[in-house]
Design a protein around this ligand. Structure first.
Ligand code: SF4
Ligand code: SF4
Length: 142
């Protein structure tokens, strides 16, 4: 299975067309919409994960570009919201790189962003949703 995480920028004249349905129906692709802001008749964007056979994904991307849709890869990063974190430690056991670790002096959970691979394992295990996925705004708003 080949996967691409992308941001699509829609020109105004195409925002009312069922582009994502066409990707699924005609190119046999699975999609997961992570974020979208699309208003009919205005420019819009969508953060989308596409998966399928590599050739089908590439054909789908060609289809998008042929319809004037700008396609860019998404940069994503994980952040720890320290205002929400209750230092329960649930994320430290699942983090494969020890980017999340318990400080044995303070009993607080720290986050070393330089070790984070953005695998997202920590996101669903956090009971207070303190681990957040951020998409590069430069990428999205370009
Ligand atoms: S995204 Fe993965 S590597 Fe980064 S802190 Fe979470 S579990 Fe650790
Ligand atoms: S699971 Fe969430 S609340 Fe618990 S230590 Fe990790 S980030 Fe903090």
């Amino acid at each position: 299975m080949y996967k691409r995480l992308l941001v699509l920028h829609f020109p105004p004249d195409i925002t009312d067309k069922p582009i994502v349905c066409i990707l699924s129906r005609d190119f046999n692709l699975c999609f997961n919409i992570l974020k979208a802001e699309i208003l009919s008749g205005r420019e819009g964007y969508m953060v989308l994960e596409l998966s399928g056979e590599k050739r089908d994904v590439q054909d789908g991307l060609r289809f998008l570009k042929a319809h004037g849709i700008k396609v860019k890869p998404v940069e994503r990063e994980i952040r720890k919201n320290n205002e929400k974190c209750v230092h329960c430690g649930a994320c430290t056991g699942i983090c494969p790189t020890q980017a999340l670790y318990m400080d044995r002096n303070t009993w607080e959970v720290n986050f070393d962003v330089t070790k984070c691979t953005a695998c997202e394992f920590c996101v669903p295990v956090c009971p207070v949703r303190a681990m957040e996925i951020k998409f590069s705004r430069d990428n999205i708003l370009q």
